[in-house]
Design a protein around this ligand. Sequence first.
Ligand code: CUA
Length: 317
Amino acid sequence: MNPQHQVDQFLPGAASAMAQQVDWMIIAFTIVALFLVVPVFVGFTYWSWKYRAGRNVDRSHREARNVRVELSWTLIPFALTLIFYVWGARAYDTNLHPPPDAMHIQAVGRQWMWKFQHPGGQWEINNLHVPVNTPVEIDIASQDVVHALYIPAMRIQMDAIPGRSTKLWFKADRIGRFLLECSEFCGTDHSIMAGSLDVMNPTAYQAWLTGAGAENSLAAAGKLLFSSYGCSGCHEGNSTVRAPSLVGLYGNPVPMQMGGSIVASRGYIQDKILDPKKQPIAGYKNVMPSFAGKMPEADLLKIIAYIQSLGRSRGQP
Ligand code: CUA
């Protein structure tokens, strides 16, 4: 998390009409609360002081009823509460129902990353590109535990629950980069399960889609091979055989059984696939079969591209 993110977290600027409305609601509610609370505390303090022990004042209890005053302090706060009820319920309802023409993005949360997929199949990790002034609906799922997708600048947040589909939507009206993060404690690396939302003008977004499509095609093919060669059986989420997750492997040091560590470069990943017994990793049984002679070079490249695409952020050990 960079310093700008910290500033954003304290007072994030609103980047959608809905976010502005939420801000107005909070400001208005704070003013009303102050309007109701301050007189009570001022009176409380004044009369505590006036009628303090030992002071010579009139302590006779005179009956003083004033129906109009009593009605006013009952009905005015009631009306104010009703206004907030209607205002809040309407905003809640709008938030609940994305416009029918919204573009759909799939989000999958897992320990500890967000994967976003665009309508054209392009996908990205911990980063989401969207066009400005376009309603975007995010359909959210979780692959393991409960996470929550939180975009402070849009003032929206939704849980990602295993076995259930949830959604949120927003229409950004400012171009820029905003924080997105997981807001539900989900394990050791919950705090790094964050990234950025890039709101772009529609032309730049189209250009990004085209670029990302080409860039990801190798990795996407690798992902299919990753399953068909059986790699995913051990190296993914809920496998029964204990094998290291490959999320965040690329570019990070891997601890060795003999001590020390090796940075997982493309070369290292290739060596591991072809000759897994060579340099045993600390904490794991050396049970992976060798794929030397069983995997054509072209497949190998695609699988490495896929492992690379799993990101540089630190994953499971
Ligand atoms: Cu995922 Cu916190």
